[in-house]
Design a protein around this ligand. Structure first.
Ligand code: HEM
Length: 462
């Protein structure tokens, strides 16, 4: 049957080859152009060569792959092989029965009620980091908020995992090593043709050693916790206390370490990017920032934000959701089919690479009115019913939905509260800010924004 049936429009091989270099530099304009020319679901030759891939922004197809027939799809080698080589076998990088068992074990630890317990720790980290930024802007008011949000999000996830067990020296060492590893992983993914050279030149080995040294720190911290009588309210404790349903046993030390390392990686760059883009948007839309400040002032006042405040900060949530619509940190999600499949009348053969183009769906004019307009009102509870399922999926969907989504939403809401109570934001005229999709959707060269201390009167009376 396969072959006789409809297949999505195919970008001719010569065109894929012609566009390959531009694609490698920045895939978004090419993906958008192809959608314009070939439609919302199209096929292409991977790297211009023989195997085919599908790109889609159609919610029905996305839902089918992630949710309805998810058993027929696995993650591509990017996550299960390249990431796993340096990060080990954790939730993000594992597949099949092993993944499911781990997910069932860890899921309760990310339930809202557990995440609530991390609020004080997050508040104090955000407070300290922004206090430092406040003194920094006295010397230079122009700040790269992408860099700042990265530092902050790294500290938040580090403290959320290890809380008081983590001293500053370990935190710095982890940050440096994980940054080096991430840079190399990005190169491996973006320049597949260089991979043989990375092996031959010893770069892979060198980075494996960095990964080993990172794991040594984690192993020491885990052993210290296990040997102490401390019962902390953090993610490490959750990993150590979790018991498999069937055997009642806990994870081995190696499993605990792999899961902790994956949380570090999955849990900071995404939130950092989202926050940086949101601040960039706010620096351009004074009316939205004012409305946000009003809500913060009404709900939280000068208090330290609590979980009850968070629930009430509806407009703040809308701003974050709209920010992630325009700049989804996970800008694509990929899967490979395990068997032939039929979706919306299209027949896809076993082994087809499916690229679920999150950025494209979030900005499709078939799914959104004025898709490029920053309008948090779309996510007002009276309007969300009209949003088609899987036209908005910044955290993915189906059984592999981001496990840290509640954590991330709380972290981002708290950061916006603290940030907007402290600083005024001003866009730098003529700045050259544009997204560069690496593994996540980063800005090409940072996001410079002029920060000034918010006048007291503005906090109280806005
Ligand atoms: C704005 C912030 C975040 C965004 C946009 C985001 C996005 C995503 C997406 C799209 C996936 C699914 C990937 C796929 O299906 O291939 C995912 C998975 C995952 N995320 Fe997040 N994430 C964020 C924050 C976090 C945080 C803070 C944590 C940890 C504390 C985290 C931990 C994970 C893990 C462990 C997975 C793998 C889950 C599984 O496969 O079972 N993420 N994330």
């Amino acid at each position: 049957m396969i072959g006789k049936d409809p297949f999505p429009p195919l970008v001719p091989r010569w065109k894929s080859i012609q566009r390959a270099l531009k694609f490698a530099l920045n895939p978004i304009p090419i993906l958008d152009k192809n959608i314009e020319e070939y439609g919302d679901t199209y096929a292409f030759h991977i790297g211009g060569f023989f195997s085919k891939g599908i790109v889609t922004t159609e919610p029905e197809i996305i839902r089918h792959v992630l949710q309805k027939n998810h058993r027929n799809y696995r993650k591509s080698n990017i996550q299960t092989k390249i990431l796993a080589r340096f990060l080990g076998n954790g939730l993000l990088t594992s597949e099949g029965d092993y993944w499911l068992r781990q997910r069932r074990l860890i899921q309760p630890g990310f339930h809202r009620d557990r995440i609530k317990g991390l609020i004080n720790l997050m508040n104090s980290e955000i407070h300290d980091s922004l206090a430092q930024l406040e003194s920094q802007i006295q010397l230079n008011p122009v700040v790269d908020v992408h860099g700042e949000m990265n530092r902050l999000a790294f500290r938040i996830i580090a403290k959320a995992i290890f809380s008081t067990s983590l001293n500053e020296a370990d935190l710095q060492a982890l940050s440096e090593r994980i940054t080096v590893l991430q840079k190399f992983i990005v190169r491996q993914i973006r320049q597949p043709y260089m991979r043989p050279w990375h092996h031959l030149s010893g770069q892979v080995r060198r980075h494996e050693k960095i990964s080993d040294r990172t794991k040594e720190i984690l192993a020491r911290l885990i052993a210290q916790r296990k040997n102490s009588q401390l019962q902390e309210d953090d993610l490490l404790q959750m990993l150590l206390d979790a018991r498999y349903e069937d055997t009642g046993e806990r994870m081995t030390d190696e499993q605990t370490l792999d899961e902790a390392l994956v949380l570090f990686i999955a849990g900071h760059e995404t939130s950092a990017n989202a926050l940086a883009w949101i601040l960039y948007l706010l620096a351009q839309y004074d009316n939205i920032t004012d409305k946000l400040r009003k809500e913060i002032s009404r709900v939280v006042g000068d208090n330290s934000p609590t979980y009850d405040h968070i629930k009430e900060l509806q407009y703040t949530r809308q701003v974050i959701e709209e920010g992630m619509r325009l700049y989804p940190p996970a800008w694509i999600i990929d899967r490979v089919s395990l068997d032939d499949d039929v979706i919306k009348g299209y027949h896809f053969a076993k082994g087809t690479l499916m690229i679920l183009y999150v950025y494209g769906a979030h900005r499709s004019d078939k799914l959104w009115n004025y898709p490029n307009r920053f309008d948090p009102g779309r996510f007002h509870q009276d309007h969300t019913k009209s949003i088609q399922p899987f036209s908005y999926f910044p955290f993915g969907g189906g059984p592999r939905l981001c496990i840290g989504n509640n954590f991330a939403m709380m972290e981002m809401q708290l950061t916006l509260v603290h940030f907007l109570r402290k600083f005024d934001l001003e866009r730098i005229p003529g700045d050259d800010v544009s997204p560069l999709p690496m593994v996540t959707l980063r800005p090409k060269a940072g996001i410079p924004i002029k920060l000034s201390r918010l006048r007291e009167s503005r906090v109280r009376h806005s």
